[in-house]
Design a protein around this ligand. Structure first.
Ligand SMILES: CC[C@H](C(=O)O)C(=O)SCCNC(=O)CCNC(=O)[C@H](O)C(C)(C)COP(=O)(O)OP(=O)(O)OC[C@H]1O[C@@H](n2cnc3c(N)ncnc32)[C@H](O)[C@@H]1OP(=O)(O)O
Length: 310
């Protein structure tokens, strides 16, 4: 009897923990000090490898643009950029008016993974583990944002860059672009959570093919296996390239992120909990999220306008 009561109590507290995780900012981490992860320590280490930036533009439309910006290294992630990524995710967690985010690379290419200069300097297992936990935390928090996220892939997404695309809800590939998990060629497997997320996106068999063969995924193959959700036309630079592609991505996203921010954020929360939690817990979270929009402004407006859905 006592054991049952204890089990029930543990279950209740784990449900409450998940519900808190989905509602509260900056709590979507996988690792903490319990796992030997000390954010300040690895942050200091990463800052020793500077270069490039991760830029955030939060627009009044509720759509943000997050740009990986280190064109001279094909937008590879320097140590300081990893730290900036985590800071930008924190900013997005506090953005209560946000509905969507587009993740892209500067100058017509997405991201070529870790900056190999930094990788060579921290190639010992201890530092590798710390970097891995840091990036898994940052990318898990990116994926768990109450925003609909799209990776806009132009040019190449290699290694960690390919992993970054899987930390978004959707992937749009520009014509001529390639996503490639090159890890096998580097004697590695993904460590930023890319394998776990890829498997959930394309299934075990396709994930095995992409990782085991280090296959180049072009837009056609991407659509075929469900890694890509759409293809955008990449015009020549002379035709205003970057702006045109970004505009196409914003138009695409507007189909899913149009409408009142509280409703779009609620949509993301119920889908996220549906995907991550056991059914009973997901149902309870759905009930809680439902309670935040029921009788809310968008709901009352729709009721008053007697809207029809023909
Ligand atoms: C494997 C997992 C790991 C992780 O998850 O942490 C990683 O991500 S490791 C990084 C995996 N990525 C690579 O190995 C990319 C290696 N680079 C290339 O294959 C090519 O540079 C390519 C295909 C990205 C671009 O080729 P292209 O001919 O168009 O240009 P360049 O090779 O001349 O590149 C221009 C310039 O960028 C530098 N560069 C590119 N990627 C990186 C990188 N990841 N780290 C550091 N620097 C990078 C390249 O060296 C050139 O610099 P330069 O000074 O002109 O030589």
């Amino acid at each position: 009897m006592a054991l049952c009561a204890l089990r029930r109590r543990l279950l209740r507290s784990s449900c409450a923990a998940w519900s808190r995780l989905l509602q509260r900012p900056s709590s979507g981490c996988v690792y903490s000090s319990v796992h030997g992860f000390h954010q300040d320590e690895i942050t200091e280490k990463l800052q020793a490898f500077p270069g490039g930036s991760v830029d955030l533009l939060q627009q009044e439309s509720g759509i943000a643009v997050l740009t990986i910006n280190y064109p001279s290294r094909m937008n590879a992630f320097s140590g300081s950029m990893m730290v900036e990524l985590e800071e930008r995710v924190s900013q997005l967690e506090s953005w209560t008016d946000g509905k969507g985010v587009i993740v892209r690379g500067a100058d017509g290419t997405f991201c070529s993974g870790s900056d190999l200069t930094a990788v060579r300097a921290i190639s010992n297992p201890q530092d590798g583990m710390k970097m891995c936990m840091f990036m898994q935390n940052a990318l898990t928090r990116l994926l768990r944002l109450p925003l609909i996220s799209v990776a806009l892939v132009e040019g190449r997404a290699l290694g960690g860059g390919a992993e970054l695309t899987t930390a978004c809800d959707f992937r749009l590939m520009a014509s001529g672009s390639v996503i490639q998990f090159v890890h096998k060629h580097m004697g590695l497997v993904p460590g930023w959570g890319g394998a776990a997320r890829l498997t959930r996106i394309v299934g075990s068999r396709n994930a095995l093919k992409l990782l085991g063969g280090a296959l180049k995924v072009d837009p056609e193959l991407g659509l075929q296996i469900g890694l890509a959700d759409g293809v955008v036309e990449a015009p020549q630079a002379a035709e205003g390239g970057a702006g045109v592609v970004l505009q196409q991505a914003e138009n695409w996203l507007s189909h899913y992120a149009g409408g009142a921010a509280p409703v779009i954020r609620a949509v993301k929360k119920v889908v996220l909990s549906g995907g991550e939690l056991p059914l009973s817990e997901a149902l309870r979270t759905e009930k809680d999220v439902f309670g935040t929009v029921w009788g809310g402004p968008a709901n009352l407006q729709a009721l008053a306008s007697k809207s029809k859905h023909r």
